[in-house]
Ligand binder design. Structure first.
Ligand SMILES: [Zn+2]
Length: 96
């Protein structure tokens, strides 16, 4: 499981051993034997190491580069689903 977090200045990247300064973002991943699992040892990645491992991506949204810790497909799917649900529910209410 992945969690995107903001460092308070006391978090160390487990990969490059760099201390992640506040307010830099980092990623906490549950891993076992180097593979991502639902519940395991928590490994901290700085942004650079997360990018190299493929856990983080830069995505361009309206001209801004946004850092995301999830695969692009997951993000767009989730966004689409919630938007569709919201729209259809509103439409139904209005028709009745
Ligand atoms: Zn690192």
């Amino acid at each position: 499981m992945r969690r995107g977090c903001i460092s308070l200045g006391e978090v160390k990247c487990n990969i490059c051993q760099r201390t992640i300064p506040y307010p830099e973002r980092y990623l906490a991943v549950d891993e076992e034997d180097g593979a991502e699992v639902e519940k395991g040892n928590t490994v901290h990645y700085c942004i650079q190491c997360a990018l190299e491992k493929g856990y983080a991506h830069y995505k361009e949204v309206k001209g801004d580069m946004i850092l995301t810790f999830f695969p692009e497909s997951e993000i767009s799917e989730e966004t689409n689903i919630s938007q569709e649900k919201g729209t259809s529910q509103e439409t139904n209410t209005n028709q009745k």
